[in-house]
Write a protein that binds this ligand. Structure first.
Ligand SMILES: Nc1ncnc2c1ncn2[C@@H]1O[C@H](COP(=O)(O)OP(=O)(O)O)[C@@H](O)[C@H]1O
Ligand SMILES: [Mg+2]
Length: 314
C-alpha cells in the first residue's frame, strides 16, 4: 500500500492556441503523501491541476488518478477526489452551511449524511460563523470553508490550488495546520500547488518545481537543497558593487548575485568561507552592515535550475 501510486502522469501537455502552457510533465505521487507543486505565476501549475481533476483535456500525454484514466474515466475520478481551486468563487449571499449542503447534494449525499458531515467539518469554520453570509468572512475563513466543501464527500485525495495565496501569515498557518491534520488523521493524499517556498518546505513530503511548463527538479525539500551542494553567505552593505568585485575574485566563492536587499554569495563550504569573505571585504574597505551564513532555500534551488528567482507579487 505504502508505495501505491495515486497520480501517474506521463508527458502531460496542454496548449492554449500558441501558448504551450504545459510541456511534458511526468509525475508520480504516492498514496498518503503531501506533494507540493512549486512554481512562479504562469508556470503551468493550475493547468496541470485542471487536467488531473478532469476539468481540462490534455493536448498530449496521459495520466491516471487513483488508477483511472483522466480522459476515459473522468467520472470515476471526480467522485473520489476533492478540489479547492485557486479561482473558486463563493456566493457572497449564501451562508457557510448552505455552501456545504449544496456541495453534499452535488455528490449525492442524503440529508442526514450531509448534516453529520457538516458537524464533523465544523471545526474548520468558526462555529458562530457557519450560519453567517460568506460576505462577512475573512480571506482565511473563505479558504477554510472551501476546504471543508472539498471534503464533504470524504474524498480519497485532495487537490488544493494555491490554498494560501493572498492570506496573512496567521491565516496561512491555520490552513497549513488543517492540511497537515487531514493528512495525518485520515491519510488523505494531498496535491497542492504553491508559489511560496516556505509552504512547500513546511508542508510537502516531496516537491516538484515547475518552471515554464516543465518540472525542473523533484525530491524531498532536504534532498533538493542538498542537491545544489552550496551554502549561501548574505552580505548587506551600502557598496554592493565593491563588495561583489572583491568577493568575485575569491577562490572559495562560486557565485555572487545581487539580491534586492543583500548580496548572495554561493560557497561550497560555508563554515570555511566566512573568514576569507570577511577578510576580503575588509581589505577592499567595504563597510558591512550584516554578514550571515545560511543553508540553501528552495528558492536557491529554483535559481540554480532556472537562472531566475521565484518572485511573489501579492
Ligand atoms: N484558458 C487559458 N487560455 C489561454 N492561456 C491560458 C489559459 N489558462 C492558462 N493559460 C496560460 O498558460 C500558462 C500557465 O498558466 P497557469 O497554469 O494558470 O499557471 P500557474 O497556475 O502556475 O500560475 C500561462 O501563460 C497562462 O497565461
Ligand atoms: Mg495558478
Amino acid at each position: 500500500m505504502a508505495s501505491e501510486l495515486v497520480i501517474e502522469a506521463s508527458g502531460l501537455e496542454r496548449s492554449f492556441g500558441d501558448v504551450h502552457a504545459v510541456r511534458g510533465v511526468d509525475l508520480s505521487v504516492r498514496a498518503g503523501e503531501i506533494y507540493g507543486f512549486l512554481g512562479p505565476n504562469g508556470a503551468g501549475k493550475s493547468t496541470v491541476v485542471k487536467m488531473l481533476i478532469t476539468l481540462l483535456a490534455p493536448s498530449g500525454g496521459s495520466a491516471r488518478v487513483l488508477g483511472h484514466d483522466i480522459v476515459a474515466e473522468a467520472d470515476r475520478i471526480r467522485l473520489r477526489i476533492g478540489t479547492a481551486l485557486q479561482d473558486a468563487s463563493l456566493d457572497e449571499k449564501q451562508s457557510g452551511r448552505e455552501i456545504l449542503r449544496t456541495q453534499g447534494e452535488l455528490y449525492g449525499l442524503t440529508k442526514p449524511e450531509i448534516e453529520t458531515r457538516i458537524g464533523e467539518l465544523s471545526a474548520l469554520i468558526e462555529v458562530d460563523a457557519i450560519d453567517r453570509w460568506i460576505g462577512t468572512y475573512s480571506g482565511g475563513m473563505r479558504r477554510r470553508l472551501d476546504l471543508a466543501a472539498s471534503l464533504m464527500h470524504n474524498p480519497d485525495m485532495l487537490f488544493l490550488d494555491e490554498p494560501t495565496t493572498g492570506l496573512d501569515p496567521t491565516s496561512r498557518t491555520k490552513v497549513w495546520d488543517e492540511v497537515r491534520a487531514l493528512n495525518e488523521q485520515f491519510g488523505t493524499t494531498i496535491f497542492l500547488t504553491t508559489q511560496y517556498l516556505e509552504e512547500a518546505d513546511e508542508l510537502a513530503d516531496r516537491v516538484g518545481i515547475i518552471s515554464a511548463g516543465k518540472i525542473v527538479a523533484e525530491g524531498t525539500p532536504d534532498d533538493l537543497k542538498r542537491s545544489i551542494g552550496a551554502d549561501v553567505i548574505t552580505v548587506r552593505t551600502d557598496d554592493p558593487e565593491a563588495a561583489a568585485s572583491a568577493l568575485g575574485a575569491l577562490d572559495v566563492v562560486d557565485k555572487v548575485e545581487r539580491g534586492p536587499r543583500a548580496l548572495l554569495v554561493s560557497v561550497t563550504d560555508g563554515a570555511a568561507a566566512v573568514a576569507p569573505v570577511a577578510v576580503a571585504l575588509d581589505a577592499a574597505g567595504v563597510q558591512v552592515a550584516e554578514l550571515t551564513l545560511r543553508t540553501p532555500t528552495l528558492d536557491d534551488v529554483f535559481l540554480e535550475m532556472t537562472g531566475e528567482r521565484i518572485e511573489v507579487k501579492e
